[in-house]
Design a protein around this ligand. Structure first.
Ligand SMILES: O=C[C@H](O)[C@H](O)[C@H](O)COP(=O)(O)O
Length: 228
């Protein structure tokens, strides 16, 4: 699994802390990425010990990790999540996030926003005074050029995400492409999120504003929890 951000130990602590939250009968949104994977494995240990939960995966990867961890799965067709646990690429002090480093942000936003309680898990390298990470935008393949033009008009610099072990672009779990769009420091994430959301051809962007309820940040000493 790809490692982005800080130490794996910090990610593990954050994941284990959030995995303590679900209770018997809960439906749990299962995020994508290296930090969320720690939470899924830790939740799997609780399932082994008798906890009765069902998970809703947000990607091919999180589905695989959950299956290996022995977590029974369901879908948004059947249930809304009580809790969603997911990672982030960048976290602002008010809980606004940039996600999508693993190109899973479309399904993540669907599941995380449907959850009663959305818990973010991270290591300290993800915390920032303001959002400035490139914003991943999933686009329909035919919309790559018009969306890139719209991003430039909004002050951004779009770059088609290239695959690492394939010639050509990353193709998402939904069969789409990803533009990583640098906007510099984002002063008004909500306004940018609205602009991107109404651009034709945009499937989903990685700005998660006003969605997170709680942040668990692991480090060498323990876990710091912030509630929004
Ligand atoms: O598309 C991927 C997700 O948004 C991840 O949750 C995010 O990239 C953080 O991943 P990691 O925990 O591996 O840094």
């Amino acid at each position: 699994m790809k490692q982005r951000g800080g130490s794996d130990e910090a990610k593990r602590r954050a994941g284990e802390s959030a995995a303590e939250i679900p209770e018997d009968g809960d439906v749990v949104g299962l995020g994508t990425g290296s930090t969320a994977a720690h939470a899924i494995r830790s939740l799997g240990e609780r399932v082994d010990a008798g906890l009765d939960v069902r998970g809703i995966p947000t990607s091919f990867q999180s589905r695989q990790v959950a299956r290996e961890a022995g977590i029974p799965l369901t879908s948004l067709d059947e249930a809304d999540p009580d809790v969603a646990i997911d990672g982030a690429d960048e976290v602002a002090p008010d809980g606004a996030l940039i996600k999508g480093g693993g190109a899973a942000h479309a399904r993540e936003k669907l599941v995380d926003s449907a959850a009663e309680r959305f818990v973010v898990v991270a290591d300290p390298s993800k915390e920032a005074d303001a959002l400035s990470h490139a914003v991943p935008i999933e686009v329909l393949p035919d919309a790559r050029v018009p969306v890139a033009d719209a991003v430039r008009s909004a002050g951004g610099d779009p770059e088609l995400r290239a695959a690492e072990r394939k010639d050509g672009p990353v193709v998402t779990d939904n069969g789409n492409l990803v533009l990583d769009c640098a906007f510099g420091e984002i002063d008004a994430p909500n306004a940018l999120a609205r602009t991107l959301s109404v651009t034709p051809g945009v499937v989903e962007h990685g700005l998660f504003v006003g969605l997170a309820d709680e942040l668990h940040v692991g480090d060498a000493d323990g876990v710091e929890i912030t509630r929004y």
